[in-house]
Design a protein around this ligand. Structure first.
Ligand SMILES: NC(=O)c1ccc[n+]([C@@H]2O[C@H](COP(=O)([O-])OP(=O)(O)OC[C@H]3O[C@@H](n4cnc5c(N)ncnc54)[C@H](OP(=O)(O)O)[C@@H]3O)[C@@H](O)[C@H]2O)c1
Length: 259
């Protein structure tokens, strides 16, 4: 496979690191030159990664094209590119609709959207794909779990839910900082909190028959510490605010300013 990336930033770097050296058996990866620091570092780390001379050179030398520029500049960059009818295009640009993309990449017929997460660098985490696309699914199954969906509203909702990552990490950071204020070393606090949440995630994944509400109830002994904090944060509107925030993100995605 000749894989090409337009946009060599954080998520492209994560995907290429996730694919790792084993991808060399499958083919080559061409990356666009910007950012020079990232593209150069990727080419130095992986012998099968080549920095193309231009965005167009990425297209000319690749069969599967991943669009990974920011939404704001996608409208400037993509119309200038000459796609081929045999290109397979996968877009990571959340706010650009499938219809708009299809027009922009013509005559390339096959277009799908995907939302990989930074943890693909570790070969973990879900990547939602719409519409179902065997090429995209095979690629993202190598670096985590491909979740193929056939309804745009489901893909949009899954995309919106990825907006919770920074808040989750800030939540973990707040617990860790509280531990430090109470005499725990930074190293120990960080590891302790990350291990608590790692254990909870594994429990949730390994007991798919249990809803999150049931798991929360299981972890909140009557009159215990978890019940007390759950009530406190609920009473202070944390979960209401979370739902409202997700609604606002979904509205932003579906408004599609770049569409
Ligand atoms: N990060 C994530 O977790 C994630 C997950 C799923 C989807 N996405 C989507 O993927 C896209 C990229 O996100 P990102 O986080 O990787 O952003 P990023 O780190 O800012 O990377 C974007 C890259 O595009 C480059 N660029 C700017 N102008 C360009 C041009 N004219 N031609 C070619 N490249 C150009 C930038 O280079 P300069 O630095 O030189 O400007 C930068 O390296 C976005 O649409 C985002 O919504 C991101």
């Amino acid at each position: 496979m000749r894989l090409g990336f337009i946009g060599t930033g954080a998520i492209t770097s994560a995907i290429i690191h996730g694919l790792g050296t084993s991808f060399a058996d499958q083919g080559v990866i061409h990356v666009s030159p910007r950012s020079a620091a990232i593209s150069t570092a990727l080419a130095q780390a992986f012998p099968h990664v080549r920095v193309a001379a231009s965005n167009q050179a990425v297209l000319d030398e690749s069969d599967v094209i991943i669009l990974a520029v920011r939404p704001q500049i996608s409208r400037e960059v993509i119309p200038d590119l000459r796609f081929r009818a045999d290109h397979h295009v996968i877009s990571l640009i959340a706010t650009l609709s499938l219809d708009a993309l299809t027009g922009l990449v013509a005559p390339a017929p096959a277009v799908s959207k995907a939302v990989p997460l930074p943890s693909v660098a570790l070969g973990r985490g879900p990547t939602a794909i719409f519409p179902p696309d065997p090429i995209a699914a095979a690629l993202f199954d190598r670096i985590g779990t491909a979740i193929q969906v056939d309804r745009p509203e489901v893909f949009d909702a899954l995309s919106a839910a990825t907006g919770t990552m920074a808040s989750y990490l800030a939540f973990a950071g707040a617990v860790s900082a509280w531990l430090v204020r109470n005499g725990v070393t930074e190293t120990q606090a960080r590891h302790y909190v990350a291990s608590i949440f790692d254990g909870l995630s594994r429990t949730a994944i390994e007991t798919p028959e249990q809803s999150f509400a049931a798991l929360a109830a299981d972890h909140a002994t009557l009159g215990g510490l978890n019940e007390q904090l759950l009530k406190h944060v609920s009473d202070h509107g944390v979960f209401t605010a979370l739902g409202e925030g997700l609604d606002a993100i979904l509205s932003r995605i579906t408004a599609r300013p770049g569409a």
